[in-house]
Design a protein around this ligand. Structure first.
Ligand code: PLP
Length: 397
């Protein structure tokens, strides 16, 4: 018998994963080359060559006991120091290894942070559309999710006034994901500053920290000349959750980190608690081999111009077919307005043309769909005919 508390997880079980399975079934029927699967954000690019070189070096040259053994729960000191140095080099700051905890990817980073912060009955605020796992993860710790919608006319930027309206003494966390999944937007410094101002006031009013968890797995995937704001510069109680799933195309390897700035509330005690949270959540430590790999790949990244070309080509194909879409600035998603109110009708129609999309309701934002473009450029090119047919279904051109 399963626990009653599992029910909400099962009800909301992932639409995106279901589409992924659907894609595999359709590929068997129509042939993989005739199915245009824009559902899952599973990076299609190979990891950069530095990853393979690092794996070979570690396997050939390093002591296997060190490579594969148990270690401190926070990870190898050398890896943590390399992360700290890299952050200091890129953004300034005073990180040392003591500010960094290696984790099993961004999902784990966020769970560990939530375990460290939430008591049952606490709340987090998210800006929709948002990555819905945030709500599932908060539920693991008895915390509630309050959703503040963003607006198309405001480029889907976080709404500081909307945030102000929902804050109360139970709110302990606000999650910001930038560049954004699913809109592909890069939130501006101005809107994050406005959020920070609201939170600073609320911290004074309620007498406790309200943390921004800055979820940054797409930080390096940027296609326009726009800075991704570095939130610790704008707000002291910012905790960074990072992952190499996208920047090095290593999602199956499960490797990421948490960075806790010295200027955040009681940073030393917080890090000590988060290290324990990492252990008691069951991860124990991040994968040892992958820690040693990323330590040697701090400046490496996937072929970002490839994704940039995908972004341009898919945007053109989709808008030429008559649909309205947001120009992707970062991450690897195209956010498209559904031509009919119920976007699930649009998703079903697209499937008839062997195009797989994710409905916006999977991101708590009906009326839109998400297309993931981390697939091959050839697949994107081949999808043009199907998009043109889909356009005719709705606009009759
Ligand atoms: N946060 C966002 C916004 C994501 O899109 C994803 C994965 O798609 C994650 C977190 C989880 O990343 P990881 O694979 O590192 O757990």
């Amino acid at each position: 018998m399963i626990a009653k508390s599992m029910a909400p997880f099962l009800e909301g079980s992932s639409v995106i994963r279901a589409m992924f399975e659907e894609g595999k079934k359709m590929a068997k029927v129509y042939g993989a080359e005739n199915v245009y699967d824009f559902s899952v954000g599973n990076p299609g690019l190979n990891p950069p060559k530095e990853v393979k070189e690092a794996i070979n070096y570690i396997n050939n040259e390093m002591d296997p006991h060190l490579v594969h053994g148990y270690m401190a729960n926070a990870g190898y000191e050398s890896t943590r120091q390399a992360v700290a140095d890299n952050l200091n080099k890129r953004f300034g700051g005073d990180f040392t290894f003591e500010n960094i905890i290696m984790t099993v990817g961004a999902g784990s980073s966020i769970n560990v942070l939530m375990k460290t912060i939430f008591d049952p009955g606490d709340k987090q605020v998210v800006f929709s559309p948002y990555f819905v796992e945030y709500a599932n993860w908060a539920r693991n710790y008895g915390a509630e999710t309050v959703v503040v919608p963003t607006k198309e006319e405001n480029n889907f930027e976080p709404d500081a006034e909307g945030l102000k309206a929902v804050l109360d003494e139970k709110v302990k966390v606000v999650i910001i994901n930038n560049p954004n999944n699913p809109t592909g937007a890069i939130y501006s410094e101005e809107s994050i500053k406005a959020v920070a101002e609201v939170l600073k006031e609320a911290e004074k009013e309620f007498g406790h920290p309200i943390y921004i968890i800055s979820d940054e797995p797409y930080r390096e995937l940027v296609y326009v000349d726009k800075k991704v704001p570095y939130i610790p510069d704008l707000y002291d109680n910012t905790l960074i959750a990072y992952s190499w799933s996208k920047s090095l195309s290593l999602p199956g390897e499960r490797i990421g980190y948490i960075a806790v700035p010295n200027k955040s509330d009681n940073a030393e005690e917080f890090v000590a608690a988060a290290i324990v949270a990492n252990r008691v959540c069951g991860d124990t430590n991040a994968p040892s081999l992958m820690q040693l790999v990323v330590e040697r790949c701090m400046d490496a990244q996937v072929d970002v111009p490839y994704y940039e070309k995908n972004a341009k080509d898919l945007y053109k194909i989709v808008t030429d077919a008559g649909f309205r879409a947001v120009v992707p600035q970062g991450a690897f998603y195209l956010w498209v307005k559904s031509p009919v109110e119920d976007e699930k009708v649009f998703v079903a129609k697209a499937k008839e043309h062997r195009i797989l999309l994710v409905p916006g309701s999977a991101f708590a934002y009906p009326g839109y769909v998400r297309l993931s473009f981390c697939i091959s450029n050839e697949t994107i090119q081949r999808s043009k005919e199907s998009f043109d047919e889909l356009g005719k279904d709705f606009f009759g051109k």
